[in-house]
Design a protein around this ligand. Structure first.
Ligand SMILES: [Zn+2]
Length: 396
């Protein structure tokens, strides 16, 4: 239903409000005028003459303590319809009136700020909400909008400043969000080769949220970039305890660092242990890669066959086929066999890998901020979702 039609409910709400307050304080002018104006305004709306409807509501429906809510609602409904210009016209009109109470004026300013924010006119929204941080009633909401504005503009220092304030004044815990903002700063520092700064930012992130996987991965990356692969490995291995479903996110990094320190057996042992503890097929395949590198193909085949029996993994089945095709003793593969490999590969590629726990958005690569709902830290590997197991019957 078009939200504008919610206005139809307002006369009823207003009437019940008047009755509740008693009739003695209400002038007969108001009692008779409001329904007539409504009927006329609603009539224009019914004929899709929105401009005329607005005109009549603004001109004829007097703004006073009885009708202020109706004007605000009208403005907000237009905003919800995406008609920001109309919404801001109503809110500006309210702001300019001299007969509003202080609280009503602040409410109108707040709504006008929201109009700009919704329209993406962020500099004007920022100005209004910065003013409103001084108002007790709107303080928290104003800081929350400012946080989002700075996030959209990637002004991470401002995000951190505002989030620290929110952590003090709000009952919501913003610590994990604060950790993500420090990670954003660390990522910038890594890109620009400022590794001391990056290390400091990852430590700040972990101080805000000791379980922040992104910060742990970044901290290890900085160590590895600087050649301290042993430290990097021991940092990444803490993810095994803190959030095992993200171990495979460090897989390539861990493999490279173990190679750099020439410890193939330790790598193989790490992969076996984590594959078995997490049942993550990516780790199982990495373990098989390591075994193949050590010419332990027969052992790798046995491991994969057992794994597929127990975990029904399509990607592991594909790896087993490739292992058999690459085997020294393998006969020339039949076209049927190659077709099966092709079909499984195609199927495997079509499976998305990460899903947002909040909005359900799916992507193939890990994002720390959901591209769908813009919430942070909500994407997890889809293979870890119980629903993915139930619907497909297979892991990827
Ligand atoms: Zn989402």
């Amino acid at each position: 239903m078009d939200p504008i039609w919610l206005l139809l409910l307002l006369p009823i709400a207003a009437a019940s409000g008047w009755l509740a307050r008693g009739t003695s304080s209400i002038s007969s002018r108001k009692r008779s005028k409001i329904p007539a104006v409504y009927l006329e305004g609603i009539n224009y709306l019914a004929n899709k003459q929105h401009d005329k409807a607005i005109e009549i509501f603004l001109k004829e429906l007097e703004v006073d303590s009885d009708t202020i809510e109706i004007h605000l609602t009208l403005g907000n409904l237009y905003r919800r319809r995406g008609e920001i210009e109309r919404a801001s016209l109503i809110h500006k009109n309210l702001m300019e009136r001299t007969d509003l109470t202080g609280e009503q004026k602040v409410q109108a300013i707040f709504e006008l700020g929201y109009d700009f924010y919704t329209a993406g006119i962020l500099d004007r929204a920022e100005k209004i909400f910065t003013q409103l941080t001084g108002d007790g009633k709107f303080e928290e909401q104003a800081y929350e909008v400012l946080r989002d504005i700075y996030e959209q503009e990637k002004e991470w220092d401002s995000c951190i400043r505002i989030t620290n304030i929110l952590n003090q004044i709000s009952s919501t815990d913003y610590s994990s969000l604060l950790a993500q903002y420090y990670c954003e700063k660390a990522e910038e520092a890594i890109r620009e080769g400022r590794y001391d700064q990056a290390e400091e930012n990852t430590l700040q992130s972990m101080r805000a949220d000791s379980n922040c996987v992104r910060a742990i991965i970044q901290f290890g990356r900085v160590k590895a970039i600087r050649g301290d692969h042993k430290a990097a490995i021991s940092i990444w291995r803490t993810i095994e305890k803190k959030n095992p479903k993200f171990i495979s996110e460090t897989l390539d990094l861990v493999v490279e660092s173990y190679k750099a320190i020439h410890k193939p057996e330790e790598l193989t042992e790490f992969l076996r242990r984590t594959a078995e503890s997490t049942l993550d097929p990516h780790l199982a395949i990495a373990y098989v890669d390591a075994l193949e590198g050590q010419k332990k193909n027969e052992f790798a085949e046995d491991f994969l066959t057992d794994w597929i029996r127990q975990n029904s993994s399509l990607s592991c089945l594909l790896r087993l086929i490739l292992l058999k095709l690459n085997s020294k003793d393998a006969e020339r593969p039949t076209s049927d066999f190659q077709l099966i490999e092709k079909i499984i590969k195609r199927q495997f590629e079509s499976v998305r890998s990460y899903k947002c726990q909040r909005c359900g958005y799916s992507v193939k690569t890990l994002h720390w901020q959901c591209p769908g709902c813009r919430d942070w830290n909500t994407l997890i590997p889809a293979r870890m979702l119980p629903s993915a197991r139930r619907t497909s019957g297979i892991d990827t």
